[in-house]
Design a protein around this ligand. Structure first.
Ligand code: PLP
Length: 488
């Protein structure tokens, strides 16, 4: 058994570190070993418990009500508010869209009106639930444009959305004006606070300037907030709050129309591990309100020092309202090379492609654990930029660029994708990514620069083809049944 754990640790050593404050996307580190330990032990203790049936596992119901209550207190929810713990931000968003759609069964072609900066989870929700996504361009300040959003609504609009904050730029939409337009028209209004919901209330208490966005704003009917981001909980928990039980009602699903147990689900999952909920509950108990206030003070100090330390050719795209920072550069270097150079120095920062006339950027999700290392971060960043300037911007062969721009992703065959993936350096020319063909390039700048030239639809198609080739089973692995693939 210890051998298995040793192999697991060996496998894991190739991954990004989840501690140390040097991974500025995907992971959120409190920097507190005790918080981490408690969360992990709670997950382990509940790994086998099933959240399918709250009467069979009443402790899970109790923990869910505690966690939702904490969130409701934090987000100025009225006494009528209810909520659900889901597996993550995407599931909370999916459920918010699904509930809004199903609250209006008479609408034949439902639509939702969102700012263009809304998280891609809303695109996914629209895709899954057959809802039209009406994307409204944001203003020059990267915030939602309430007048334009109002103009995009009609009788079939079941939901309008604002972000607090948006992922890509870290700014809070004018929730007051968006919620007002929704209220006036009798439309639900969701605030996506998946990433900001657990820090912005503390930012306000620390005296920072945060425009109102919680349930204190009239017209806001639901809010999503992730515990596995700035709740600093283990992965797998988010909260979806609704203003009233009536708003939540369409989210619940029951089926007695089969010969087995009556299925009764509050989320998209049915059988679900109690682990993430227990982990989140334990972290909330350990940190408490005071703990989150302290961590928020740390993370905002880190953000302020990072923003103050940015120098040319880098610039902060827009002053952040929360803990996310987008950095752009001038023509002397490109952001993708900066990301690679940071990786070479032990820092993960996330590339964001150019979009809708806006340049590509470097994204930072700053954690409390980054504060003690801000000096090192800024030093690494200036070295990375110097290296990127010395290398110059990645030059994509103009012929390749023209070729990519001319392609229609819908018309491409699997062979075309094999050729393109090989040309991009993403997948070996054998076409089979698993095994020999799978060689992720050490440096991603060339790949990213090429993708950056492609249309969003082309990027999506290429990346889906890439994922398909990555995800191939290992047959005849040690420990499995004897035998390999069945002959065709
Ligand atoms: C992270 C995020 C989501 C999606 O959450 P997951 O937990 O990754 O599924 C949705 N909205 C915003 C603003 C986010 O930052």
């Amino acid at each position: 058994m210890s051998d298995v754990m040793a192999r697991l640790r060996e496998l894991q050593s190739a991954d990004l570190p989840v501690h140390g404050g040097r991974t500025l996307a995907y992971v959120y580190d409190s920097g507190l070993a005790e918080v981490d330990r408690v969360g992990r032990e709670a997950v382990a203790a509940y790994a086998g418990s099933n959240g399918l049936d709250p009467t069979a596992f009443p402790s899970l119901l109790q923990m869910e009500n505690d966690v939702v209550g904490f969130a409701a207190d934090l987000l100025d929810a009225p006494a009528t508010a209810v909520g659900t713990v889901s597996s993550g931000g995407t599931e909370s968003v999916l459920l918010a869209v699904q509930s809004a759609r199903d609250s209006r069964p008479s609408v034949v072609r439902p639509n939702i009106v969102v700012p263009s900066t809304v998280h891609a989870a809303f695109h996914k929700a629209a895709h899954y639930f057959g809802v039209e996504l009406r994307m409204v361009p944001v203003g020059a300040d990267f915030r939602a444009d309430p007048a334009a959003m109002a103009a995009a609504t009609d009788d079939s609009t079941v939901l309008v959305v604002a972000s607090a904050p948006s992922y890509a730029h870290g700014v809070v939409d004018p929730v007051g004006a968006v919620a007002a337009l929704a209220l006036e028209r009798g439309i639900r209004c969701h605030v996506d606070a998946c990433i900001g919901g657990w820090v912005l209330p503390y930012a306000a208490r620390l005296g920072r300037d945060v425009a109102p966005w919680t349930f204190a704003v009239e017209g806001v009917t639901s809010i999503s907030v992730d515990l596995h981001k700035y709740g600093y909980a283990p992965k797998g928990t988010s909260v979806l709050l609704h203003r009233t039980p009536g708003h939540r009602r369409p989210q619940f699903f029951a089926s007695a129309d089969w010969p087995g147990y009556t299925m009764l689900n509050s989320t998209m999952q049915s059988t679900k591990s109690g682990g993430p909920l227990a982990g989140a509950w334990a972290v909330l108990q350990t940190l408490g309100d005071d703990g989150y206030l302290r961590l928020s003070r740390d993370v905002f100090e880190a953000v302020d020092r990072i923003v103050a330390g940015i120098t040319a050719p880098l610039r902060v795209v827009v002053p952040p309202d929360s803990t996310l920072v987008a950095l752009a550069t001038d023509d002397s270097c490109d952001p993708f090379t900066i990301c690679d150079e940071m990786a070479a120095r032990g820092w993960y920062v996330q590339p964001q492609m150019s979009y809708a006339g806006q340049p590509a950027t470097v994204h930072l999700s700053v954690s409390a654990a980054t504060l003690p290392a801000v000096g090192e971060f800024l030093a690494a960043l200036s070295q990375a930029v110097a290296a990127a300037v010395a290398a110059g911007p990645v030059a994509v062969d103009p012929e390749v660029a023209a070729f990519i721009e001319s392609l229609d992703p819908a018309a491409l065959t699997d062979d075309d994708f094999d050729g393109l993936l090989a040309a991009s350096g993403l997948v070996g020319s054998s076409g089979s990514a698993a095994g020999d063909g799978l060689a992720l390039p050490e440096r991603m700048a060339e790949v990213n620069a090429m993708l950056d030239l492609a249309s969003p639809a082309m990027r999506e198609a290429l990346l889906v083809a890439f994922l398909d080739r990555l995800s191939r089973p290992v047959r005849g692995a040690a420990g499995g049944p004897a035998g390999g693939p069945t002959p065709l």
